[in-house]
Design a protein around this ligand. Structure first.
Ligand SMILES: [Fe+2]
Ligand SMILES: [Fe+2]
Length: 166
């Protein structure tokens, strides 16, 4: 999960560099920093619980599910393309952000708690851990709202452009 959050952070940061609209760029970078923070918190929790945060691919798949596992490769691919000089067009950008929205929706409190129950059952009872996961999932929900607003803004500018052309 920390691996996924780190990749999301890289992906959103790389994307923010390529985006023309300065408010969209700023918002994407903000979500990127929060994802980095989530990754750090998850790693720290593993350390505090005394478990190895490094898991192999099979374990990873069983914790985050098939969709999450596939998302890892998807992110790696997009990050490599962005770093390789690719700048997505507006339509492509909207498409990429829609996909990201689906991943954000997956990362609710239930999903986090399920993973914790699988990896570190001993800390599930810890009140502070439960509160921290509540905060994480509230932030994920807000990420979804921000992404929806970004997509809407980009879509509006697409339709404005096509109106201008006519
Ligand atoms: Fe996150
Ligand atoms: Fe998120």
């Amino acid at each position: 999960m920390a691996r996924l959050e780190d990749l999301v952070a890289d992906f959103l940061h790389e994307l923010s560099i390529k985006v023309e609209d300065k408010w969209v760029a700023l918002t994407l970078d903000h979500i990127s920093r929060e994802s980095r923070n989530h990754a750090q918190l998850l790693k720290d929790m593993c350390r505090a619980a005394g478990i190895n945060e490094r898991v192999d691919d099979e374990q990873c798949k069983s914790f985050i599910g098939e969709i999450g596992y596939e998302a890892i490769f998807h992110y790696k691919d997009i990050i490599a393309r962005l770093r390789g000089g690719w700048t997505p067009g507006r339509e492509e950008l909207i498409e990429i952000l829609r996909e990201e929205l689906n991943v954000e929706k997956m990362a609710g409190e239930e999903a986090y708690m399920k993973i914790v129950a699988g990896v570190m059952p001993a800390i599930c009872e810890e009140r502070l851990v439960i509160m921290l996961f509540k905060e994480l999932s509230a932030e994920e929900e807000h990420h979804s709202s921000l992404l929806k607003a970004i997509i809407r803004k980009l879509e509006e500018s697409v339709s404005e452009k096509s109106v201008q052309k006519v």
